[in-house]
Design a binder for this molecule. Structure first.
Ligand code: ZN
Ligand code: ZN
Length: 267
């Protein structure tokens, strides 16, 4: 009986793994390309710009399509090209000057060999959630510190607050120190949890999407904070309030840290 259960569990585990194996095999077949440092930087930029693009199109359409304004947190605000282009320029500049050299350095130290097996789907989901919760806690602590210490705010975080009504391309409008801190938290978390490379990729893509959504300025019926129950997730409405009021909603995604420390605010 116990042998049968063990074998059933093994089969279940294998089928769970099989879901992601074809995708993982495809990536492994192109590992010379996908493990190159230039690919990592180009993938990061194109994922970010790709997630921003639909919101840029909506912002351009908004003055001519009044129906869109009901989903806007600030219905009368549409970012201009003079606001959006410096933000895009900052992202490209920082990836070229800071992210690419760091990625090259890590690549020169020797990339870790990729395993043959894909991660199990449930393990991938657990690790991605773990990375998100850790990132949320770390950025909450960093964010509170950089608001409470005036020198830290002026020197490192003020730049991100230049746009009080945020828009998608303003997501990565930040100082090099802030970008480095976010990247450091990302790297520490995936190392701490010993994530599979495919899990790391999924976490990075999800993290980029959630941060862009946070700054998009649009509150849709399918926005993440409306899909997660019990008000556990703050998302775009909470982060927008942080940009306009400064002293609340310091966590980027979830609400528990702000709730515990009394800094949670809703509209
Ligand atoms: Zn802030
Ligand atoms: Zn922000």
């Amino acid at each position: 009986m116990s042998c049968r259960n063990t074998s059933e569990l093994h089969i279940l585990g294998s089928s769970d793994q099989l879901v992601l194996q074809p995708l993982w095999d495809q990536l492994r077949a192109r590992d010379a390309l996908t493990q190159s440092p230039l690919f990592a930087v180009l993938f990061s930029i194109s994922t970010y710009v790709g997630f921003c693009l639909p919101f840029v199109v909506l912002d351009v359409l908004c003055p001519w399509v009044p129906a869109l304004r009901r989903y806007k947190i600030h219905p009368d605000f549409s970012p201009t090209a003079r606001q959006m282009l410096p933000c895009l320029g900052q992202t490209l500049y920082q990836h070229a000057v800071f992210v690419l050299p760091l990625t090259l350095l890590s690549w020169a130290c020797g990339p870790a060999p990729w395993p043959r097996e894909a991660p199990e789907l449930l393990q991938l989901a657990r690790h991605v959630l773990g990375c998100l919760l850790l990132f949320d806690a770390e950025f909450f602590a960093w964010h509170v510190l950089h608001h409470k210490v005036p020198w830290l705010y002026r020197t490192f975080h003020k730049m991100h607050h230049r746009n009080s009504a945020s828009f998608a391309l303003a997501t990565q409008y930040m100082s090099a120190w802030e970008l480095f801190s976010l990247g450091f938290f990302d790297a520490v978390n995936v190392t701490l949890l010993q994530c599979h490379p495919l899990t790391v990729l999924v976490f990075h893509v999800l993290n980029i999407w959630l941060s862009v959504e946070d700054h998009s300025g649009y509150d849709f019926p399918w926005s993440t904070h409306r899909l997660v129950p019990f008000g556990w997730y703050g998302g775009v409405t909470h982060h927008d309030l942080h940009h306009s009021q400064f002293n609340c909603n310091f966590a980027p995604y979830f609400t528990h840290w702000d709730r515990i420390l009394g800094t949670l605010r809703s509209k």
